[in-house]
Design a binder for this molecule. Sequence first.
Ligand code: ZN
Length: 148
Amino acid sequence: MSDDLDDLYQQVILDHNRSPRNFQKLEGANHVAQGYNPLCGDHLKVYLILDGDVIRDITFDGTGCAISRASASMMTSALKGKTVAEVKQLFKKIHDMVTTGNVREDEIGKLAVFAGVHKFPARVKCAILAWHAALAALDGRAEPVSTE
Ligand code: ZN
């Protein structure tokens, strides 16, 4: 890891990487999708239980770098109880934040820790991978989504 990347690894990201939340296969999941980031080698699978329009439960597993794992961990925590429309709105904000660095902290809460990745284009894909997988799961796409 280069020195330049050090400030990406803030405490909260390290914590979520060490003990990721919702890191397990989800029994009874009715929407599942995989996300693959060939640039880094991150390979995550997102499981969710959609009840009508609401995410009742969401988990992930797989392998990936600290940023992809921490992002998936925080995403699953953030999306539980959200509607599909809310998820899509939040995705737009997260995507905007990780590509531009603009933070609307009141709206995205702790997910703001990923704003720093915009300085590292290769890392943007790590941070957004789980989100792509979650959207693919909601859309019912069966084939793995790739960040390429
Ligand atoms: Zn990665």
